[in-house]
Write a protein that binds this ligand. Sequence first.
Ligand code: ME8
Length: 503
Amino acid sequence: MANKFYITTPIYYVNASPHIGHSYTCIAADTLARYMRSTLGEKNVWFLTGTDEHGQKIQKAADEAKLSPQEFVDKVVVQFKGLWNKLGISNNDFIRTTEKRHTEFVRTALEIVHKNGDIYEDTYEGWYCVPCETFWVEGQVVDKLCPDCKRPVERIAEKNYFFKLSKYQGWLAEYIKSHPGFIKPASRQEEVLRFLELNKLNDLCISRPKERLSWGIPLPFDPDYVTYVWFDALINYISAVGSFDANGKYASEWWNDDTYVVNLIGKDILRHHAVYWPIMLKALGIKPPDTIFAHGWWMMNDAKMSKSRGNAVSPIDMVNEFGTDTYRYFLLRDVPFGLDGNFSEDAIIKRYNADLANDLGNLVYRTLTMVEKYFSGNIPQGKMDLNDDRVKAIADKISGLKGAITPNLGQAGDYNFSAALEYIWSMINMANKYVEETKPWNLAKENKNAELENFIRVLVSVIRASEEALSPFMHRTAALIREQFLEKTIKKGAPLFPRIENK
Ligand code: ME8
């Protein structure tokens, strides 16, 4: 296990406002970063997010807004930063591809790869999809429609620069085969391997003539061209955390052998990350990330939620209505990470009422009420008495917490957030059941003080364990619980999650 952890999200296009899909990746990465900080220490975790600000999509959106591309991206980036702030995203850095630290780095990287002979010039003739900024060869295109987005493609012929992906195809297939867990979930690893087995990789066109697109990083070896947006964008993961020396050797505090590196993405950009990216790194003499994890999509009425489809829901609206922690909890609990899920407000309300109001909120509030009523606000100290079988089972459940969380949130984990949350909830529900079975009001009536004390100790132990385990997911709720359960006394506040009555 590495001592350090570096996690990234995709850098999002700033052609429109952020939607739920973008917030999903940031919330997941934030949860992992917070968990890893709790195990490795604050200083040993680095969490990067940012924005992808070049390319045709952005230039088009800027034209439509009648702004220069720079003015346009400067405006939209504020929305992304504002949303991450509202969602409590704890990124250590935020990279914008228009920043000098990035553009200069990309130019150096291009020079290195060019000098090593992995970039060459050629005339390209074929199909081009403007919205996807992707070239397609004959055979891939049916009915003049883009195989990915199904929009019309254009026929073009022009001189361009190409990166030798094909040269590294064999290496990549071998690397993936010998590194299980490099691409996750396992189904995605198989998908990429199958793709590599069935297809011969085309070299990647990494330039765009300036006359057609000027909004990009100029190629260092030909001023008439700018860099293809994906070659520019992927490099953010290394440009933000390191630099090349005069001999072209890369050094970084975070992208190195002592650090476990995770690129978290949505499955829409798996090919770019699992094929182009490792090969780009190989050509630069830099190690691949340890894990590329591709999660599923949030759908609206069975279509992927996206800006271009016009079915995007605003995270700000959801947070204003339900609160940050409910929103975070819902996204990570409702759908196993890696699979697709349908988004609806009804589903949020259901989760809220069942898990947050009824289970967690109720346990916290009833325990506070009982400590207040039976012990004048003082928490009975000392250890739990484990003679009772039910108490023993609850104590075992608490002891099992770490073992249930680490395989899911740990550095080489499965990132199965919902499974981790399920375990925490099974513990919370054992405690709620225990309250109902024990009938503390009878213990009080019969003056069974020792039993009542032990009963409260059990509940407080479950609450404290839940608070700690939930903290990476819902840090604000965890802090509210900590404020109410002090070391020796309680400080009862309002219920954490008052029920939402059906609208
Ligand atoms: O692709 N469900 O940026 P992008 C879940 N700039 N996640 C979703 C989603 C949905 N419906 N929609 C988007 C780009 N995402 C490039 C990335 S990285 C070097 C360059 C999330 O603004 C998911 O993480 O289109 C997806 O991969 C990402 O947003 C794409 O964001």
